[in-house]
Each structure stands twice: as structure tokens, then as C-alpha cells.
Design a protein around this ligand. Structure first.
Ligand SMILES: Cc1cc2nc3c(=O)[nH]c(=O)nc-3n(C[C@H](O)[C@H](O)[C@H](O)COP(=O)(O)OP(=O)(O)OC[C@H]3O[C@@H](n4cnc5c(N)ncnc54)[C@H](O)[C@@H]3O)c2cc1C
Ligand code: FES
Ligand code: FES
Length: 482
């Protein structure tokens, strides 16, 4: 297949550039090899270490939304019409508040991770949704690893930077306020107008009409698996500059665009009114720079048995719309999407365009749980999610899902059906657990033995019950039964 070079026009720090490069080329390689901007470091090239972090600015109406991303998983084609900020683009004649704080607090030793930390902390200051406190610092650096400092000094630096700027940022437009506080270079003020002048790239925007190309959404799975190869391949970018709509409730269903990122999903007002703890669940999925890229559709189509969103969406009883290049749409329940390990009920050129689930009633109870080897920034060993409809203390409808216990994400059909009409009681939970555990035969792998996974599945289903019905769970009966 021929790789077509695309003219990608964007602003790199303060300079407008036209890059004649393959759309699938990694931004990290472009920065280091073509532009000799070596402050952006190459570490794991798998999205795990944060050494390659950059900040991407995207026009939203008249202002720009800035978010951190790992340039080792970022295709060049996506930069068209955007602002790419590297560590060099944050430099001024003096040290910025973040750079100063890193020096004051001893936040750097060998220095390899330092540009990534400075970039992500600065991104945290630029994003109005990130709180100006310790929690905000941890959120901002959730994707950065350091092998020298032990982190405390870096955390202290983040807190010091925030304390030195907080009064000047609260309730202000962040970019303007940061420039006024001399924490960002002045060129940032003119970026929005300059981005508006960049014309859309028609080839990149062809999107779904292109056939035979590898479909790339956020690229956070694909580029980990096939990073070098994709740079030389023909790709279709789903995130090609067109605005991705928010979730909406319509005719009894909540409808989301499959290109919605984890971060957008977790902060969406419609999603939050249904899945009220989505923000907390989201904190256990990847890191901020990955969540700003990883899409819901990509999580479903990667077909990993331990995919976190997939488990949650299975319990929500989602339906998918699959669209062919000729525009034909077909609807499929998510629990019919997985045919075997990494085998999908989907033609190679079909794209999942829409995902929907039934709106919650006042009687809906929902929860999601995960266990992984590390609490943060780790994939699940097992995950579990439950949705229950309860009326007059009886289950009227249920949907339960497990991940990590079979070759595909698993919808617990029998256990879900078993609950219909049963009273909400300790006995019902224990009987339901027995049915659920008979529905799968886990396989041991590097994340745990088959026995351990079965045990985890039981504990996570129980954790869902305890969380949703604390009044009903009787600890003594539970210990006796287990
Ligand atoms: C550091 C790191 C941490 C991670 N942590 C987690 C975690 O905690 N939990 C978790 O669940 N995942 C995690 N992931 C995995 C990954 O981020 C998610 O699976 C993500 O949702 C994939 O989405 P994407 O948009 O990046 O997919 P891509 O990589 O773009 O695509 C994945 C696959 O799906 C196909 N595809 C994508 N979108 C569509 C579509 N709309 N229609 C048809 N095909 C499509 C692609 O062709 C490809 O085969 C992590 C990844 C990294 C790098
Ligand atoms: S090089 Fe490690 S996250 Fe990109
Ligand atoms: S200072 Fe050496 S890896 Fe962080």
C-alpha cells in the first residue's frame, strides 16, 4: 500500500510549520529527528513514562483547549490546525514558575524525566478543569515516571508552583493569566487567531470514505502494538479535526460518539447524571495524557478482555452503530460484538460510530470495580460492573459484566437473568454469586492464576453488591457463607 505524504500545517511552539510527512508518523520522531527538538525525550514509546509529553492546543469556538499528550503515540496527521507545545516552547528569558519550583524543591536529578514533568505540570495550570491544589498536581503528573527522585520533591515542586500562581489564576482565563504572571511566553496570546487562518486538510478529512486503511482513533493501543509500522502505512484518522459532539439523551437512550475520549466521557454532564461516579472510575483508567487520547470506540474495538470501559459499557447494556464506507449503518448489541479472542462481529471497513445505552430510571443502581497489580496507571487483572433496577425491594432487571476471566469481555447473562423478580436480600446475593461463578472458566496468565482470577471475580461482584446495597449485606452471614 502506498504511503501518501500529507501537508500537515500546524503551529510548533511559536512557529507555523508545514510538514511534508506521512500522516501516521510519530510526532516524537518528527520533533527529535526533523526539528532537533530533543527536549522531548524518548523513553518507553508505549505511553507509560511521560518523558515524551507535549501539550496540544485545539480551537474550541474562540478559545483554545490545551491538553497533555504522549508524542510517542501521536500521529502527525492529527496535528493539522493545532498548536504543538514542547518543553522548548515553554522557555522564556527567566525560569517559569514550574521550572523555578523544580529547582527550589530538588525535583530533578538525572533530568531525563524532567521535561515531561514540567510540560504536564504546566498543562495542569493551563486547563481550567484541573484544581489548583495537591490533587490537581497529582492529576497532572499521573502519567510521568521518575526513577531518581522518589516523587516527593516533584510533588512539592508542583504544589509550590500552584501556590505562587493561585491568586492570579482563580476565576481568570488561564492562558491570559499565565502570560500576565510570566509563567507562559507571550506568543501564546496570538495562537487562537493564527490557528483560525489554517485551512482544513481535505485529504486528512476524508475519514470514513477511505477504504483499506488502518483505522486510528486515539492510537493508544495501535501505536503501542504497531508504532513503527503505522508510520509507513495508510491510515484513516477518526479524530481528524471535526468537532466531536457531547453525549445526548434522546428517546430513552443516552447516545455518544464513539470517538469520545475517556476524559470527555468522564466529564460529560449527561454521562455524569447517569454514571454518577464516572470521574472516580476514570482516575483508575490510564493517566491524564492517555485519557485525553483514548476513545470509547477504540476500547471496544481493541477487544481486550480486560478493557475497563468495555466492562462498564457491557453492564450498561450498550448498543453499537457500525457504519460502512458507503454510509450503510447497522445496529448491534454490545454483548453480540465479541466472537472470540480479539474477534469481532464487524467487517474490516466498518467503523463503530455511535454507542448508546438506556437512560437510567430513579430505580437504577450502577457501579464499576477494578483490581490491578498497581493501584494507578495499570491495566486490570479483573474488573466487574453491575446495573440493577430495583422496585419495592425486588430486582426487576439486572445486567452484570466481568473482564479478565475469559477470552472476551463477559456479559453475565445467566446471573443477570437469575435476579429477575428476586428480593434484595443476602440470600439472593449469595445465590447470584454462585450462578455468576458457574458462567466462566478463567485462564491463568501473567496477571494471575486461574484460581486467583476466580477469587477476584467473586470479590469484585461482592464489592459491587456491598457498594450498592450496604444496608442489606450482612457481614457475619457473608463470612460464614464464604
Ligand atoms: C499507558 C497506557 C495505559 C492504559 N491504561 C488503560 C486502562 O487503565 N484501562 C483500559 O481499558 N485501557 C487502557 N489502555 C489502553 C487504551 O488506552 C484503551 O484501550 C483505549 O480506549 C484505546 O482507544 P484508542 O482510541 O486509543 O484506540 P486505537 O489505538 O486508535 O484503536 C484500537 C483498535 O480499535 C480500532 N478502532 C478504534 N476506533 C474504532 C472505531 N470507532 N471503529 C472501528 N474500529 C476502531 C483500531 O483500528 C484498532 O484496531 C492504556 C493504554 C496505554 C498506552
Ligand atoms: S516515551 Fe514513554 S510515554 Fe512516550
Ligand atoms: S530525575 Fe532521573 S528519572 Fe527523574
Amino acid at each position: 500500500m502506498v504511503t501518501v505524504n500529507k501537508v500537515v500545517e500546524f503551529i510548533l511552539n511559536s512557529e507555523t510549520v508545514q510538514a511534508h510527512v506521512p500522516a501516521g508518523m510519530l510526532a516524537l520522531d518528527y520533533l527529535r529527528q526533523h526539528k532537533i527538538l530533543t527536549g522531548t525525550k524518548s523513553g518507553c514509546k508505549e505511553g507509560d513514562c511521560g518523558a515524551c509529553s507535549v501539550i496540544i492546543g485545539e480551537l474550541k469556538k474562540n478559545s483554545i483547549e490545551y491538553r497533555p499528550m504522549t508524542s510517542c503515540l501521536l500521529p502527525m496527521g492529527e496535528l493539522h490546525g493545532r498548536h504543538l507545545v514542547t518543553i522548548e516552547g515553554l522557555n522564556m528569558e527567566h525560569l517559569s514558575a514550574v521550572q523555578n519550583a523544580m529547582v527550589d524543591c530538588g525535583g530533578t536529578q538525572c533530568g531525563y524525566c524532567t521535561p515531561g514533568f514540567v510540560v504536564c505540570m504546566t498543562a495542569g495550570l493551563m486547563a481550567p478543569q484541573i484544581p489548583l491544589n495537591e490533587e490537581g498536581v497529582l492529576y497532572a503528573i499521573s502519567g510521568n515516571l521518575c526513577r531518581c527522585t522518589g516523587y516527593q520533591s516533584i510533588k512539592n515542586a508542583g504544589i509550590q508552583a500552584i501556590q505562587s500562581l493561585r491568586d492570579r489564576l482563580i476565576n481568570k482565563e488561564r492562558i491570559k493569566a499565565l502570560v500576565e504572571a510570566k509563567a507562559l511566553p507571550t506568543y501564546f496570546l496570538g495562537i487562537a487567531e493564527r490557528l483560525k487562518a489554517i485551512k482544513p486538510n481535505e485529504i486528512l478529512q476524508m475519514g470514513l470514505q477511505q477504504r483499506g486503511c488502518t483505522i486510528v482513533a486515539g492510537g493508544t493501543d495501535l501505536y503501542v502494538q504497531r508504532g513503527e509500522q503505522l508510520a509507513e502505512s495508510s491510515i484513516t484518522l477518526l479524530n481528524n479535526g471535526s468537532e466531536i459532539p457531547s453525549a445526548r439523551a434522546c428517546e430513552g437512550r443516552v447516545i455518544i460518539d464513539a470517538r469520545m475520549t475517556f476524559e470527555a466521557f468522564a466529564t460529560d454532564p449527561v454521562i455524569k447524571t447517569h454514571v454518577q461516579e464516572i470521574y472516580d472510575y476514570n482516575l483508575l483508567m490510564a493517566s491524564w495524557p492517555i485519557r485525553t487520547r483514548s476513545t470509547i470506540g477504540g476500547n471496544l474495538c481493541n477487544a481486550s478482555p480486560i478493557a475497563d470501559m468495555t466492562c462498564l459499557l457491557l453492564a450498561l447494556e450498550c448498543s453499537l452503530i457500525l457504519t460502512s464506507p458507503d454510509g450503510h449503518r447497522r445496529e448491534l448489541p454490545l454483548n453480540e460484538f465479541y466472537l472470540g479472542y480479539k474477534q469481532l462481529n464487524k467487517k474490516s471497513d466498518e467503523v463503530v460510530t455511535e454507542i448508546s445505552f438506556p437512560v437510567f430510571s430513579e430505580n437504577t443502581y450502577f457501579n464499576w470495580e477494578k483490581v490491578s497489580k498497581r493501584a494507578w496507571l495499570d491495566i486490570a487483572t479483573v474488573n466487574a460492573s453491575c446495573k440493577f433496577e430495583v422496585k419495592e425491594n425486588h430486582f426487576t432487571h439486572s445486567s452484570m459484566a466481568l473482564g479478565g476471566v475469559s477470552a472476551t469481555p463477559l456479559h453475565l447473562k445467566e446471573a443477570s437473568a437469575f435476579l429477575d423478580g428476586k428480593p434484595v436480600s443476602m440470600d439472593t446475593f449469595l445465590d447470584c454469586l454462585a450462578v455468576a461463578l458457574s458462567e466462566f472458566e478463567p485462564i491463568g496468565d501473567v496477571r494471575g492464576s486461574a484460581h486467583y482470577k476466580r477469587l477476584l471475580a467473586r470479590q469484585l461482584l461482592l464489592a459491587n453488591f456491598v457498594k450498592l446495597f450496604p444496608e442489606t449485606i450482612n457481614q457475619e452471614a457473608l463470612y460464614a457463607a464464604l
